[in-house]
Write a new protein. Structure first.
Length: 377
């Protein structure tokens, strides 16, 4: 009997050791993470905030669907790394939003995740201390609290969806979202987008090809079933209804910009052939500005001119903007970070932001006042 028990124990011990030899071989450690429900309890959305967010979403969806003739303006830093500066920026943007609200509906760009081709800072959620320590729990808490605080200022918020689990921590606060050029082809993100509570824009690929983004917008508009994490932290199968507010984001590509009239017409035709309404947002940054933040104003002017001439498929634009212009590298001593300056892509400064959006609003008002007519060339 004893020998039998020893033999059984030996087999079990061997099996456990064997499993250790084949599982998680490249995982250094596994740490528990608060569930979405637990973080929601720490930073809850009040009834008043929920009503405000619902109103924001309704307006965004109406603009995307062409029921509201204003343009959606997604404006803000390339990435958020300083919450104090982000709130400072939000208060400025709210005042500007109020002054141009008759022609633009401004959503603050609040990007916390940064996709990387190789290496680099991956964003506030993944690395809030900017030292590669990867305190994701802290990052999620900061991001959720900041989204609520910006909403309380009176601005809707828009985020890029990168990690498929993160939306469970932020979904109820967002009013708009995007899927980046590097993830538009991902089936996981297309399925996820089909179930998000907000309008979703798909960016064309980094090469400039539109096919993947058009297919993604089409796929995400249909019901899907996918595996995800519920608010209680348990794995679950999600079955979506499909997202009826998907759209295309033109951001340029390796071959150059794609915000010109011919580009917009081509994109519109591709969407119609795919059985969708032509819904397009123009990203004034990235390859559309040849990665020169100073050229964003040129792109915006071209967008406004097309709208004034009657281009109905353009539903909005995106601007990378911050308190101060340019960008900075992350210093070893974080105390040396310049306030209000991007640590990722270069951004236009606040004065430039205010000037070009105000001027764009004047041009649109003039066109509306003249019944949509513009000066003859």
């Amino acid at each position: 009997m004893k020998n039998g028990r020893k033999g059984t124990m030996s087999v079990k011990t061997s099996r456990i050791q064997s499993m250790r030899d084949i599982q998680d071989l490249r995982i250094r450690s596994i740490e528990a993470l608060s569930t979405p429900a637990e973080m929601e309890a720490i930073s809850p959305v009040s009834d008043e905030e929920a009503e405000r967010i619902a109103s924001f979403r309704h307006i965004v969806n109406d603009i995307i669907k062409g029921k509201d003739d204003r343009l959606l303006a997604v404006v803000g830093p390339c990435s958020i790394h300083d919450t104090a500066a982000a709130l400072d920026y939000a208060r400025r943007l709210k005042k500007l939003s109020d002054s141009v609200g008759d022609v633009f509906f401004i959503v603050m760009r609040t990007y916390f995740e940064k996709p990387r081709t190789a290496l680099g800072w991956k964003g506030l959620i993944t690395d809030p201390d900017m030292d590669e320590s990867g305190d994701i729990e802290k990052g999620l808490r900061i991001a959720r609290r900041l989204l609520i605080d910006i909403t309380d200022i009176g601005l809707p918020v828009g985020c890029e969806v990168l990690d498929p689990i993160v939306p469970q921590y932020t979904d109820e606060i967002m009013s708009w979202s995007s899927i980046g050029a590097r993830t538009t082809e991902s089936q996981t993100h297309r399925s996820l987008a089909s179930g998000l509570s907000v309008a979703v824009g798909f960016k064309n690929s980094t090469s400039g090809d539109l096919t993947a983004a058009v297919n993604a917008a089409k796929a995400a508009s249909s019901p899907a079933s996918f595996i995800g994490v519920g608010r209680n932290g348990k794995l679950a199968v999600f079955r979506s209804t499909g997202n009826d507010a998907t759209h295309l984001i033109l951001r340029g590509g390796d071959q150059g910009p794609n915000y010109y009239e011919d580009d917009v017409e081509e994109a519109s035709e591709m969407m119609r052939k795919a059985g969708m309404d032509a819904r397009i947002i123009i990203d004034c940054s990235h390859q559309n500005s040849h990665k020169d933040f100073r050229r964003q104003k040129r792109v915006l002017r071209a967008v406004i001119d097309q709208v004034r001439w009657g281009e109905k498929s353009i539903r909005g634009f995106m601007l990378e903007s911050n308190i101060s212009e340019g960008s900075q590298k992350i210093p070893q001593n974080r105390a040396e970070l310049k306030y209000g300056v991007s640590v990722t892509d270069g951004c236009i400064g606040w004065e430039e932001t205010e000037r070009i959006i105000t001027n764009a609003a004047v041009l649109l008002r003039e066109a509306k006042a003249s019944g949509g007519k513009v000066d003859i060339l």
